[in-house]
Design a protein around this ligand. Structure first.
Ligand code: FE
Length: 213
């Protein structure tokens, strides 16, 4: 029997990025952990974006996006602003400080605060991966903003994400399930298999049982 310890998935290392797009004059962006250089000749970057993200549809329709590389100087607010709300419900750039972004030559914003570099990408191919679409892209512009280190997913978990308050003490002794990705808590004896985190859109497999009261 092959071992399937899914905790191995948490040993993979990732960076964190703001992925931005513009469609019909509307700017939007989301947090992704899946921007990588996958070839050098020609220089090629891929980004995988969850289909539940509004930004996903915007990239699919327009064939372009920008990637801002989040640095270790980023605040939790940056993650909350772009990661914990949907562009379907709010205009993320209406409530975002003008000093914290600029519009790149392709007309798409890049985040300039709490980031250390950005890329403008042109989509060359798309691959349907089920939950996500993989966008295979050519960089058409790139710039370095700061010498600060890049924020890895591990750094975010250890240093940026607020530590959860005391958990597992629902007054009526119910089980608490916590999203390992964003910290959202679901109260209930059983977490449905098809549960999707309302905050970060990760599936039930990314929840862990916190305590049984
Ligand atoms: Fe979550």
């Amino acid at each position: 029997m092959e071992e399937m310890n899914t905790k191995a998935m948490y040993k993979l290392s990732y960076g964190l990025f703001v992925c931005t797009a513009v469609r019909d004059g509307k700017m939007n962006g989301c947090i992704i952990n899946t921007a990588i250089q996958v070839a050098s000749e020609p220089n090629t970057l891929t980004v995988a974006v969850n289909k539940a993200n509004y930004t996903h549809d915007m990239i699919k329709d327009t064939g372009a996006c920008n990637i801002s590389v989040i640095s270790t100087e980023a605040s939790f607010d940056l993650f909350k602003h772009f990661g914990f709300q949907s562009g379907r419900d709010v205009d993320k750039f209406a409530g975002f400080p003008e000093a914290s972004y600029k519009i790149a030559e392709n007309g798409i914003p890049v985040i300039t605060a709490g980031t250390n570099a950005w890329f403008s990408l042109k989509v060359k191919q798309t691959v349907d991966l089920g939950s996500h679409t993989l966008f295979i892209c050519e960089p058409v512009a790139m710039s370095v903003l700061s010498d600060a280190g890049s924020c890895t997913y591990e750094f975010y978990q250890s240093n940026i994400k607020p530590k959860p308050e005391k958990v597992g003490t629902t007054t009526d002794g119910q089980t608490v399930w916590r999203c390992r990705i964003c910290g959202y808590e679901y109260v209930g004896e059983e977490l449905p298999d098809d549960f999707i985190c309302p905050i970060c859109k990760h599936p039930a497999s990314d929840f862990e049982k916190v305590v049984k009261g």
